[in-house]
Design a protein around this ligand. Sequence first.
Ligand code: AMP
Ligand code: GLY
Length: 422
Amino acid sequence: MNILVLGNGAREHALCYAITKSQKLTKLFCAPGNYGISNVAEVHNFDINNFDMLYDFCTEKAIDLVVVGPEVPLVNGVVDFLEAKDIKAFGPKKVPAKLEGSKIFMKDICAQYNIPTAKYKNFIEKTAAEAYLHKQTLPVVIKASGLAAGKGVTIATTLDEGLNAINDIFNDKFGSGCELVIEEFMDGEEASYFVFTDGKNYIPLSSAQDHKRIGDGDTGPNTGGMGAYSPAPVFTQAIQDQVNKEMIEPTLKAMRDLGTPYQGILYAGVMIKNNYAKLVEYNVRFGDPECQVLMLRLRSDIVELILGTIEGNIHKIHTDWNNNHVATVVIASNGYPGEYKKGTIIRSLDTAEDHENIEIFHAGTEFKNNEVLAVGGRVLSVTSSDRDLKSALENIYSAIDTIDWTESTYRKDIGWRAIENG
Ligand code: AMP
Ligand code: GLY
């Protein structure tokens, strides 16, 4: 098959890495891609949200399958579009993609189907949101309803912070529309859980844990994710059973009830406390950086799994994971998630890549005048697989030590909770 991956992050680099091992692959393409991805796929830089351009590309290159990495094209209906043109595409259609694209939609589904999640109220009117905020005990969580590239959530510890967050959303600061959700703050430990589903049946992927804050010890602002590891011991079999029964199954039923079954990968972000999980959010795609660690543990053919979600026979496909522990540490441009400089030079990447058991997945890189340049916020995802988490992390940090890139930042404590809890 000729396969096209859409996206330009380390997640898509990891997906390309897994797809290149597939027996079904003839030729791999990626758009818009990045420098790292160009070493494993033919990269074409065009606007993937321009569906006519995408269709022309698919026709020209005789693409049989499109694997959609990021949420924006899914929420815009890329799968509906391609399917109508008889091109197979991996991911949910426009309506079920609202589980990520509209927090109001997602919370209302939870309420209707008794899915455990934070108590909430939706607002489309500013003064009503402000009045409600005044009556809440702090901290409280304020979320833009639409897609906001990970920037639309504020955990307000003071009234002022809360009022500012409401103000930002009603000024459409995140380009996510003027609708918001105010919800109860949940404490506990977060984990990410993924299932491949054809709408009716589903198969779980192994568990993973992300590190969302920029700073060591989970401090500072939220980011897209600064590191991850798999398996995540906090996500026990009992939690998995609970999440399947109380979240995944009712959600898949809800999407069938709407007449638009959910096909693709469903990502539940959960908060675990006292051995009970509550839903924080749904995403309709792989997590980044969780995908990077999962792809190093997956032994089965990912293309067979993807086709299983599209063709409705996911339950017949066997998934096999290696027993290794995999971790990834994200190196970002200094300043991220705030302002950062673009075009700084990364040296000695080859030396780091030559380390044993190391895979480096690229996000924001470019190759110009014989130099590797950092052109994004999150730039590299240094990933390692080993017999235990500690060894994987040692491999990663010693590889990072050899990378010569001063204008960068990364967390030194990825995996700390799992190691501390033994
Ligand atoms: P979301 O976009 O809904 O995933 O929110 C981004 C991050 O904000 C989550 O991964 C959590 O770390 C945090 N968060 C969101 N909602 C809550 C909540 N109700 N209680 C505590 N933390 C939350
Ligand atoms: N790792 C968080 C996300 O992909 O949304």
